[in-house]
Design a protein around this ligand. Structure first.
Ligand SMILES: *[C@@H]1O[C@H](CO)[C@@H](O)[C@H](O)[C@H]1NC(C)=O
Ligand SMILES: *[C@@H]1O[C@H](CO)[C@@H](O)[C@H](O)[C@H]1NC(C)=O
Ligand SMILES: *[C@@H]1O[C@H](CO)[C@@H](O)[C@H](O)[C@H]1NC(C)=O
Ligand SMILES: *[C@@H]1O[C@H](CO)[C@@H](O)[C@H](O)[C@H]1NC(C)=O
Ligand SMILES: *[C@@H]1O[C@H](CO)[C@@H](O)[C@H](O)[C@H]1NC(C)=O
Ligand SMILES: *[C@@H]1O[C@H](CO)[C@@H](O)[C@H](O)[C@H]1NC(C)=O
Ligand SMILES: *[C@@H]1O[C@H](CO)[C@@H](O)[C@H](O)[C@H]1NC(C)=O
Ligand SMILES: *[C@@H]1O[C@H](CO)[C@@H](O)[C@H](O)[C@H]1NC(C)=O
Ligand SMILES: *[C@@H]1O[C@H](CO)[C@@H](O)[C@H](O)[C@H]1NC(C)=O
Ligand SMILES: *[C@@H]1O[C@H](CO)[C@@H](O)[C@H](O)[C@H]1NC(C)=O
Ligand SMILES: *[C@@H]1O[C@H](CO)[C@@H](O)[C@H](O)[C@H]1NC(C)=O
Ligand SMILES: *[C@@H]1O[C@H](CO)[C@@H](O)[C@H](O)[C@H]1NC(C)=O
Length: 653
C-alpha cells in the first residue's frame, strides 16, 4: 500500500516541477521570433515603439500588448492600437507575420496607418481574423477589404466598428465564412445581403447598429439564410411586422431583434416553426396583443425570452408560455398583462433563474410554487397591484433568492420572520407598500428593528429609512455579515449609537439622520476604515466630536448638523467625486436612485448619485443658538485628504 502511494505521488511532483520551469518562459520560440519581426515591421524604418519587446528576453507573454493562453502558453491577443509612430508614414502590413500565432483570437490594429496587405501565399490558410475597430481611414481601407479575397479558408471575420459605409464588396469570394461580424457600421442592406446570400455556410451573423431602416430585409434575402444559427440585428431602425417567411430560418437558435421599431405579436406566432430557437430578444420594440390568441403550440422551447418594452398592452399571459418548460430567464417588464402572479411559470420551468415582471399590472396575492424551487435567484415584481400578505414560507419555497424586488405594490400585513430564513438574499426592496410590520423604507413600519436582522449574513444593503421605527438600533451584526450600506434615517430611533460590526472595514455608508439618537458619537466609528458617508444630523447627540473620526480617510460626505455636539452646528459639505461602484450596482437593480439629504449652511441639500442639488422647497432658516463652540482645529482638517469642499459656514469658530 505504502509503496503504491509513493509511486503515484512522484509523477505529480515531477509535473509541478516541469510546469514551474515552463510557465515563466511563457511563449513559444517561433511566436517570440514572429513578435520581434512584427515589431521591426511596425517600426519600419526607424520607429521606437514596443520597447519591452526585447530580443534577449524569453518571457514574451509578459511583453506589453501581448496576452497568452494560460493553458497552452500561446499568444491569444495582440493589442496593437496606435503602435506605429504617425511620422513613419504608411504601413504595408505583411500579414504572414501573424501566421505563427495559431491561437490568436483578438487582433487590434487600429490606427497604424495600414495602407494595404503585402501579398503572401502563406496567409491563405488563415481562418480567423478579427479586425473589429481597426480603422476608419479612407481609400487604404478599401485596399485592405479587397485583399481579404486572398483568404479562401477564412471562416471567422470581424469587421465591426469600422465605419465601412457600404464599402464592402471586397470579400465577395469568402464563401466559407461561418461567422461574420459587421456590427456598428453604416451599411446598405441591399448590397450587403447580395454578398451575404452567397455565404452558404454562414452560421453567425452580427448586424447590430448598422443603421438599417424600413422593413426587415426580407426582399434582400434574409429569410433565405436557412443555415443561420445566430442572428443579431438589434439596435437598428427597422419597423413593420415580422414577416411569415421567418419561419423558413429553421436553423435559428438565437435571434436578437431588440431595440428597433418592429411590431411583435405577444404570441410570437411568426416564430413557431423555429424548432431550434432557444433565445429570443425582442425587447424595446412595439409588442402588441392579437385579437385572438390561438391555441397553436410553438415548436420551440425557449431558454431566454426578453420582451420588456415601453408599456404595451397584452391583456393576458400569451398561451404559448404554458407550453414552455426550459425557461431560464424571462423578462416582460412594462407590458400590461393584467393577470395574477404566474406561479405556474416556476412550477413548469424548474431551471428558471430570473423572472422580471415589473410594472405588468398584475394583481391578486403573491403565490408560491407548489413545491420548492431552488434555482430562482432573481425575482422582480415591483410596480404591480399585488395585495395581501407575503407568504411566510417564501424562504422555504424560494431558498435561492438573491434579489427580491417587491416595491410599489399593495402588500400589507407585517413582515414576518421569513426574512431571517432567506440566507442567500443580497438585495431586498419592499419599499412603498402598506406593510405595517417591522421593516423597510417608506412604509408605515412600527416597532423596533428586530435583532435577527443582524444575522442575515448575505445582506449588503439595508434601507429602513422613512418608517415609524422606534427603540434602539440593533445591537450587533454577526461575524458573517456582509452589510455595507445602512440607512435608518427618518425614523424615531432612540438611545445611543451602540452597535457592533465585526468586520468594520466593510461598512461604506451609515445614515442615522433624523432620529432621536442620544449620547456621544462613539469612538469606534473611527475604526470603520472605509466609511464614505456618515450622516448623523438631526438627532440629540451630545459631547465632543471624537478625534477618531480623523482616521476616516475615505470620507466624502459627513453631516453632523442639528445635534448638541459641543454646542450646536457642524456641517461639512464635501462634493464627492463618485459613488462607489457597488452602489451603482444596486442602483441598477432596484431602478430607484438612493439619495441622501444633508445640510450645509443650514440649507438642506440632496445628494443623488454624484450630483448635489439644493432643495429649494425647504428654506427653513433655523437660527443657530449662540455660544456654540466648534472644537476642532483647522490644522486637523489636513487629515482628510479627499475632502474637496469644506463648508463651515454658520458656525461659531
Ligand atoms: C527617422 O528618420 C527621419 C529621417 O532621417 C528623422 O527625421 C526622424 O526623426 C527619425 N525618427 C525617429 C523616431 O528616430
Ligand atoms: C513577409 O513575412 C514573411 C515571414 O516573416 C517573410 O518570409 C516574407 O518575406 C515577408 N514578405 C515581404 C513581402 O516582406
Ligand atoms: C483550405 O482548407 C482546405 C481544407 O481544410 C485545405 O485542403 C486547403 O489546403 C486550404 N487552403 C489553403 C490555401 O490553405
Ligand atoms: C474603438 O477603438 C477606440 C480606440 O482604441 C476605443 O476608444 C473605442 O472604445 C473602441 N470602440 C469599441 C466599440 O471597441
Ligand atoms: C444600396 O445598394 C443598392 C444595390 O446595390 C443600390 O441600388 C442603392 O442605390 C443603394 N442605396 C444607397 C442608399 O446607397
Ligand atoms: C420558404 O422557402 C420556400 C422555398 O424557398 C418557399 O417556397 C416558401 O414560400 C417559404 N416560406 C415562407 C413562409 O416564406
Ligand atoms: C410550419 O410548419 C408546418 C408543418 O411543419 C407547416 O404546415 C406550416 O405551414 C409552417 N408554417 C409556416 C409559417 O411556415
Ligand atoms: C409602466 O407601464 C406604463 C404603461 O403600461 C408606462 O406608461 C410607464 O411608463 C411604466 N412605468 C415605468 C416606471 O416604467
Ligand atoms: C404549465 O402550467 C400550466 C398551468 O398550471 C399547465 O396547464 C401546463 O400544463 C403546464 N405546462 C407544462 C409544460 O408543464
Ligand atoms: C427624544 O428622546 C428624548 C429623551 O428620551 C425625549 O424626551 C423626547 O421626547 C424624544 N423626542 C421625540 C421626538 O421622540
Ligand atoms: C483619495 O481619492 C483618490 C481617488 O479617488 C484615491 O485613489 C485615494 O486612495 C484617496 N486617498 C485616500 C487617503 O483615501
Ligand atoms: C425638500 O424639502 C421639502 C420640505 O422639507 C420636502 O418635502 C421635499 O421632499 C424635499 N425634496 C426632496 C427632493 O428631497
Amino acid at each position: 500500500m505504502g509503496l503504491s502511494l509513493h509511486m503515484s505521488i512522484v509523477p505529480v511532483i515531477m509535473m509541478v516541477v516541469s510546469l514551474q520551469v515552463w510557465l515563466p518562459l511563457g511563449c513559444l520560440k517561433e511566436e517570440r521570433t514572429a513578435l520581434l519581426q512584427l515589431k521591426d515591421s511596425l517600426n519600419y524604418p526607424n520607429g521606437t515603439s514596443l520597447p519591452s519587446w526585447k530580443k534577449g528576453d524569453a518571457r514574451c507573454c509578459d511583453w506589453e500588448s501581448v496576452v497568452c493562453s494560460s493553458s497552452t502558453g500561446r499568444v491569444t491577443e495582440l493589442d496593437l492600437y496606435r503602435v506605429r509612430n504617425g511620422e513613419l508614414g504608411d504601413w504595408y502590413l505583411n500579414a504572414s507575420l501573424f501566421l505563427p500565432f495559431q491561437e490568436l483570437i483578438y487582433l487590434d490594429l487600429w490606427d497604424n496607418q495600414i495602407a494595404g496587405w503585402v501579398e503572401n501565399k502563406g496567409l491563405t490558410s488563415m481562418s480567423t481574423l478579427f479586425l473589429n475597430n481597426i480603422t476608419s481611414f479612407g481609400s487604404s481601407f478599401q485596399t485592405l477589404l479587397q485583399s481579404l479575397g486572398a483568404f479562401p479558408n477564412l471562416t471567422k471575420l470581424g469587421l465591426g466598428y469600422n465605419d465601412l459605409r457600404g464599402r464592402i464588396l471586397g470579400f465577395l469570394n469568402l464563401k466559407n465564412l461561418e461567422l461574420l461580424d459587421l456590427s456598428y457600421n453604416t451599411l446598405n442592406s441591399s448590397s450587403i445581403f447580395q454578398t451575404i446570400g452567397t455565404m452558404t455556410y454562414l452560421k453567425i451573423l452580427r448586424l447590430q447598429g448598422c443603421s438599417f431602416n424600413g422593413q426587415l430585409p426580407i426582399s434582400q434575402g434574409l429569410c433565405d439564410l436557412n443555415h443561420l444559427r445566430e442572428l443579431d440585428i438589434s439596435s437598428n431602425d427597422l419597423s413593420g411586422f415580422l414577416p411569415p417567411c421567418l419561419a423558413n430560418m429553421t436553423s435559428l437558435q438565437q435571434l436578437d431583434i431588440s431595440s428597433n421599431y418592429l411590431k411583435i405579436p405577444m404570441s410570437l406566432s411568426p416564430l413557431y416553426n423555429l424548432s431550434k430557437l432557444k433565445s429570443f430578444d425582442g425587447s424595446d420594440n412595439e409588442i402588441y396583443a392579437e385579437e385572438e390568441d390561438h391555441n397553436l403550440s410553438p415548436k420551440f422551447q425557449l431558454e431566454f425570452l426578453y420582451l420588456s418594452s415601453h408599456g404595451q398592452v397584452a391583456r393576458a399571459f400569451p398561451k404559448f408560455l404554458y407550453h414552455q418548460f426550459n425557461l431560464q430567464s424571462l423578462d416582460l417588464t412594462n407590458i400590461q398583462i393584467k393577470g395574477e402572479f404566474p406561479n405556474w411559470l416556476m412550477e413548469n420551468n424548474t431551471y428558471l433563474q430570473e423572472l422580471s415582471l415589473e410594472n405588468c399590472s398584475l394583481s391578486g396575492s403573491f403565490l408560491l410554487p407548489r413545491s420548492s424551487h431552488v434555482n430562482l435567484s432573481i425575482l422582480r415584481i415591483s410596480m404591480n397591484y399585488f395585495q395581501g400578505q407575503i407568504p411566510v414560507e417564501i424562504g422555504a419555497y424560494l431558498p435561492g433568492l438573491q434579489v427580491l424586488l417587491m416595491s410599489d405594490n399593495g402588500f400589507d400585513g407585517s413582515i414576518p420572520s421569513w426574512l431571517g430564513s432567506m440566507s442567500s438574499l443580497q438585495l431586498l426592496d419592499l419599499s412603498n407598500n402598506a406593510l405595517t410590520g417591522r421593516i423597510l423604507s417608506n412604509n408605515s413600519l412600527q416597532g423596533q428593528i428586530p435583532g435577527w436582522i443582524g444575522n442575515m449574513s448575505s445582506l449588503e444593503f439595508l434601507d429602513l429609512s422613512g418608517n415609524n421605527l422606534s427603540g434602539p438600533l440593533p445591537p450587533r451584526f454577526s461575524a458573517s455579515s456582509k452589510l455595507r450600506y445602512v440607512y435608518f434615517s427618518r425614523n424615531k430611533l432612540q438611545g445611543p449609537i451602540a452597535m457592533e460590526f465585526y468586520n468594520s472595514s466593510r461598512i461604506l455608508a451609515l445614515d442615522f439622520s433624523h432620529n432621536n439618537l442620544t449620547g456621544r458619537i462613539p469612538e469606534w466609528i473611527g475604526r470603520l476604515s472605509n466609511l464614505r458617508f456618515l450622516l448623523l444630523s438631526h438627532n440629540n447627540l451630545q459631547g465632543e466630536i471624537p478625534v477618531q473620526l480623523y482616521r476616516l480617510k475615505q470620507l466624502t460626505l459627513i453631516d453632523l448638523s442639528h445635534n448638541y455636539l459641543s454646542g450646536n452646528i457642524l456641517s461639512w459639505m464635501i462634493s464627492a467625486h463618485h459613488f462607489p461602484d457597488q452602489y451603482t450596482y444596486y442602483d441598477n437593480l432596484s431602478s430607484s436612485q438612493q439619495s441622501f439629504e444633508f445640510t450645509t449652511k443650514n440649507v438642506p441639500l440632496l445628494y443623488r448619485g454624484s450630483t448635489i442639488q439644493k432643495n429649494e422647497t425647504n428654506k427653513s432658516n433655523q437660527k443657530l443658538s449662540n455660544g456654540s463652540s466648534f472644537q476642532m482645529s483647522l490644522q486637523s482638517l489636513g487629515a482628510f485628504p479627499n475632502l474637496t469642499k469644506l463648508d463651515l459656514g454658520y458656525n461659531d469658530l
